[in-house]
Design a protein around this ligand. Structure first.
Ligand code: GDP
Length: 215
């Protein structure tokens, strides 16, 4: 079994330059799967862009959506040449045009089902709302595709401790019913920074090892 990555090593990885690689509008133009990948999925407005930016300590890496539910492609970022971060389009935004929703749902599903290099999906869930029906649909898809995923609560700064404890327990209970789900649920806030080191550490496990120059 792989050894758990230390928190210092994880911080170092996420402090590496992260380069925008590409925004992919179609499944047949994905970048080569040369690096291990971790993807971020969640309902529109869950705080996905804010979390990706907070994890990498950048303000503009993933553009926080000015317009909720703005449909778009899969966005790939290379983290220090060791890990690919993939920001998936948010789902569940009812006001987007139907055709668009269909197109992006199909793209996301095709990516999640078929990507060889995909190691883990961080499934983002708003701490105030808990697991919704469309989160369950993604979980089922990931179970079928045998893609490992971890529940990550967002915006915990907006919840009171007892409320957060309850939603954490409830979310863990829901995830425990899913074969491909990781048992531990993380609680994060891009605003307060809660849980960011833990999430970095969880994701850094999938990165290629650091190349240490011998000279
Ligand atoms: P996305 O649609 O999932 O990419 O969500 P965004 O990152 O654009 O965030 C949606 C809204 O939630 C924005 O108004 C953010 O400022 C807000 N938001 C995101 N993360 C947090 C957080 O950790 N705490 C608080 N209080 N608000 C947040």
């Amino acid at each position: 079994m792989d050894e758990a990555v230390g928190s210092e090593a994880a911080e170092k990885l996420f402090a590496q330059p992260s380069n925008f690689v590409t925004e992919v509008p179609k499944i047949d133009v994905l970048p080569p799967d040369s690096l291990p990948e971790v993807a971020f999925a969640g309902r529109s407005n869950v705080g996905k862009s804010s979390l990706v930016n907070a994890l990498t300590g950048r303000r503009t890496l993933a553009r926080a959506s000015q317009t909720p539910g703005r449909t778009r492609g899969l966005i790939f970022f290379d983290l220090g040449g060791r890990l690919m971060l993939v920001d998936l389009p948010g789902y569940g935004y009812a006001k987007a045009p139907k055709g668009e929703i269909k197109r992006w749902t199909a793209l996301t599903r095709a990516y999640l089902r078929g990507r060889q290099s995909l190691r883990r999906v961080a499934l983002l869930i708003d701490a105030r709302h808990g697991v919704k029906a469309n989160d369950e649909a993604i979980m089922e898809l990931l179970d079928e595709a045998a893609v490992s995923y971890q529940g990550v609560l967002t915006k915990t700064d907006k919840t009171k401790p007892p409320e957060l404890a309850a939603v954490l327990a409830k979310t863990a209970e829901r995830l425990a019913k899913h074969p491909a789900a990781h048992p531990e649920v993380l609680a994060t806030s891009s605003e307060s920074g809660q849980g960011l080191p833990e999430l970095r550490q969880a994701l850094a496990e999938f990165a290629l090892p650091e190349v240490v120059s011998s000279t």
